[in-house]
Design a protein around this ligand. Structure first.
Ligand code: FRU
Length: 531
């Protein structure tokens, strides 16, 4: 891995060569202390195409990845080993293993074998810690004669002592829930159908048990029972159904939604029918969570691209990266801690002994004049990897009345050529946070109308200051050609690709405010990282 050249991100999983889409088979090997990620892989081209494989990568820290190439091949050159998942069959319920495989490494993969007429579910198991796989001799394990039936996500449901598999009947907008005792025979239990934004098709569903974090006591319902699942260790959990739809995103193209609810081993019941979006950016799809993450954590990775333009983005040898890993929790809706409505929170995982901090800067209580720009140079050795946090207060009463576009803006500029920049900020009149990639690699932007320049999203207030004014917060990670934003400690997020010309990594930031006296930057902190 050569960190000093190219466009390849430093802390986001990318393939060494060829095409990548959805994350598959994510699991943690507690025997070897290694994280495994598989992915939809076309080794023969830098766009999607058949035959499609599962590629494979590993990481010790979920931050720096090593790619190993293909791990599971499709049945033939006209078929694809489509998306799926991996579980650990520690008790050998499948009979695939004997004593020579340690319980923590009894790895079974489930994926969709896709061909021109059918999508059916295949099982494969590994006897070498996840590097190579054997096909189950009686595949498929599940075939209903459909050509739109895919993306098995399997997990162990402790309470009912059964394996559970969720699958998308894509164009019927239905998630089917199956159970099994031996991973081979699967029985349909329920349908979760027509929820949220339907889009054109449902893909990559997944149910995960997510820890609830709150300062207030358990929510007690009118019948006196708590409606939260309490574990023996005292932690509360809720079930979250993740679902991808494409196209159909409010921002265009692909998007991930989620539902919070309860799961009894057979049926998922959402708290309400609202469509909630995991990430409001353009480039976050096919999210999957890891099997066997330590401490009961729910950690996930998404494919950081969009079917609208993924084939055209300007990288050559390899195409597509994953999002950074995120630790998910469920909390009462910000900023009201008494709220009974729960929401998903995401915390990015960026932590590796392979990373060094090259430059660090922290500023407090900044007032910015109307014609002023605060400029911070991140050095000529910038490799394009940055982490920053900003908290600001908005004095709404001082906004000039007509026509003033009072944006607080962060202009992240190219180190070789600062005509190329990524702009973000808070538009007070629109009451939203925007990401504007319209001044990045202009040729690419102009050629691709779906790669839209600017999108704005609502963000909730982080806190109310002692003076009654609202405070907002953003935490961002920029890694060469991808930016991930986490608002208000992760109550909402935004992931977007952007491309600068070769070698023109982000090397500085300028902060401006359109009008005086509206914004106070309480804190601004930025780190230039290197690998
Ligand atoms: C989602 C998806 C999945 C399918 C895979 C094929 O992006 O369409 O439904 O399994 O990609 O590569």
């Amino acid at each position: 891995f050569n960190a000093s050249s190219g466009t390849r991100p430093l802390v986001h999983l990318t393939p060494n060569k060829g095409w990548m889409n959805d994350p598959n088979g994510l699991f943690y090997d507690s025997e070897a202390s290694i994280w495994h990620a598989y992915y939809q892989y076309n080794p023969n081209d830098n766009v999607w195409g058949l035959p499609l494989y599962w590629g494979h990568a590993t990481s010790e820290d979920l931050t720096v990845w090593e790619d190993h190439g293909a791990a599971i091949a499709p049945q033939n050159d006209e078929s694809g080993a489509f998306s799926g998942s991996i579980i650990i069959d520690a008790n050998n319920t499948s009979g695939f293993f004997n004593d020579s495989t340690k319980p923590a490494q009894r790895i079974v993969a489930f994926y969709t074998e896709h061909n021109a007429t059918t999508e059916s579910q295949y099982a494969a198991y590994s006897l070498d810690g996840g590097f190579t796989f054997e096909q189950y001799e009686h595949n498929p394990v599940l075939d209903i004669g459909s050509d739109q039936f895919r993306d098995p996500k399997v997990f162990w449901h402790e309470e009912s002592e059964r394996w559970v598999m969720t699958l998308a009947l894509s164009q019927e907008y239905t998630i089917q829930i199956f159970t099994s005792e031996n991973l081979k025979d699967w029985e349909l239990q329920s349908n979760f159908s027509h929820h949220g934004i339907l889009g054109y098709q449902y893909e990559c569903p997944g149910l995960a048990k997510v820890r609830v974090e709150r300062d207030i006591p358990l929510n007690v319902t009118s019948n006196g029972k708590t409606n939260l699942t309490t574990q023996d260790d005292g932690a509360e959990y809720k079930w979250v159904m993740f679902l991808s739809i494409n196209p159909g995103s409010p921002a265009g193209g692909s998007v991930n939604e989620y539902f919070i609810g309860d799961f009894d081993g057979k049926t998922f019941t959402p708290q309400d029918s609202a469509a909630r979006i995991v990430d409001h950016g353009k480039d976050f799809y096919a999210l999957q969570t890891f099997t066997n993450a330590p401490n009961g954590d729910t950690i996930g990775i998404a494919w950081a691209s969009n079917w609208d333009y993924c084939a055209f983005v300007p990288t050559e040898a390899w195409k597509s990266s994953m999002s950074i890993a995120r630790n998910f929790t469920v909390r009462p809706y910000n900023p009201n801690p008494q709220s009974t409505e729960l929401n998903l929170y995401s915390t990015p995982i960026l932590n590796s002994t392979d990373l060094q901090t090259k430059r660090y800067l922290k500023k407090s209580s900044l007032e910015i004049g109307a014609d002023e720009a605060l400029k911070y140079n991140l050095g000529n050795d910038a490799q394009g990897l940055l982490e920053f946090t900003a908290t600001w207060k908005v004095n709404g009463s001082s906004i000039p009345s007509v026509g003033d576009f009072a944006d607080l803006s962060f202009w992240f500029t190219g180190k070789e050529d600062d005509d190329e920049y990524l702009r973000l900020g808070y538009a007070v009149n629109a009451a939203g946070f925007f990401v504007d990639r319209g001044n990045t690699d202009v040729d690419f932007v102009n050629d691709n109308p779906f790669f839209n320049n600017r999108q704005t999203q609502n963000i909730e207030t982080y806190k109310i200051g002692t003076d009654g004014l609202p405070i907002y917060k953003v935490h961002g990670i920029i890694d060469r050609n991808i930016i991930e934003l986490f608002f208000n400690d992760g109550s909402s997020t935004s992931t977007n690709l952007f491309f600068l010309s070769d070698g023109n990594y982000i090397g500085g930031v300028e902060i401006t405010a359109g009008v005086e006296g509206v914004f106070t930057i309480l804190d601004f902190e930025i780190k230039q990282l290197a690998r």
